[in-house]
Design a protein around this ligand. Sequence first.
Ligand SMILES: [Zn+2]
Length: 329
Amino acid sequence: MDKFSRRALLGAAAATAAVSAVGTPALAAAPQSGKQAPGFYRYMVGSIEITVVNDGVSRMPITEGFVENASKDDVNAALQAAFLEKDFYAGPYNPVVINNGAKLALVDTGTGEQAFKASKGLNGRLPLSLAAAGIDPAAVDAVIISHYHGDHINGLLKADGSLAFPNAEILVPATEHNFWMDDGEMSRATKPRVVFGFKNTRRVFSAEVLKRVRTYDWNKEVIGGVTAIGTPGHTPGHTSHVVSSGAKSIYVQADVTHAPFLFARHPEWHFMLDVEPVAAEATRRKVYDMLVAERMLVQGFHYPFPSVGHVEKSGTGYREVLVNWTPLI
Ligand SMILES: [Zn+2]
């Protein structure tokens, strides 16, 4: 700020103070809200209605090993290049609800009601976002799961362990289910995060949940207009979904990349949560080259809300261009 404008501002502040001192009549300051707006965003894919329902964000300290093949300094440089705080990873969580006119389906569940208390409202916000969007959990016909990491499955249960979506079938990728429910795979797991993943899966997939589970296969329709696409690597059965109606389609990518400001910019980075990092990188490049070539919209679970946009080539990686807000759908 130059001297002139700073002096002008200081003068204005002094004038305001003088007016207050002589006692302006009762115009009380409006109380600050201190609360964020509910996070839901709606759009159409042909005749299919999509509602993005935000579940909050994570806040994870960045340690050496956060990216297996890049240093903490490299990760911090990428965060600062995106104008973000260094040393912490704020990864957004954005499940979507798909209404194809016949079924109301939630894709991935977020971190769960229990996480809301534990994080002091930073995440576990899906029930609030659903309520704000006017979606009753009891009206959800199907929960479609992309993969078995906690931020995608924990919300199947309420804090008391009961079913969060009591009338829903739980549709899971067969390859993913077979991996995480296999005792042999569990006994061979060595990475601590994978070992934890097995424990968490066994906790969430309780007898009540398992009663409602139906597996689905890649390259088949899961519900009308929603096709499962195998995108393995992040987990062995990691699955994306293409939603199509008429001439329109959108790629619901789940965790092909985590937050794009790190992992679309750096497709070569092996995130510590990738179970099979080399396969994850190959999948990421293949999917993103396709998204660029086809100019196809992508809905990214870990993209910043409302987490839908296009991607373009940028340097040695990719850059997301998020959609513009629109008041009418
Ligand atoms: Zn995830």
